[in-house]
Design a protein around this ligand. Structure first.
Ligand SMILES: [Zn+2]
Length: 62
């Protein structure tokens, strides 16, 4: 059985982090959240963030 409430594995960096936010029951750590906010669309990492975020939406749809 999966305990999503206790899952603090960040969906972006895929590491266990103590602090972060939940988006549709998926965990995003503080660091990645602030990084995403500060990442410009022209930044090389931007597509990576979008890709990782897409995982969240796919799971919601499931
Ligand atoms: Zn993270």
């Amino acid at each position: 059985m999966e305990e999503e409430v206790q899952n603090t594995k960040c969906i972006i960096c895929e590491q266990e982090k103590p602090l972060g936010i939940r988006i549709c029951s998926q965990f995003v750590c503080d660091e990645c959240e602030s990084e995403m906010v500060n990442t410009d669309v022209s930044d090389a990492r931007y597509p990576f963030f979008i890709h990782q975020m897409n995982k969240i939406w796919y799971r919601v749809d499931a």
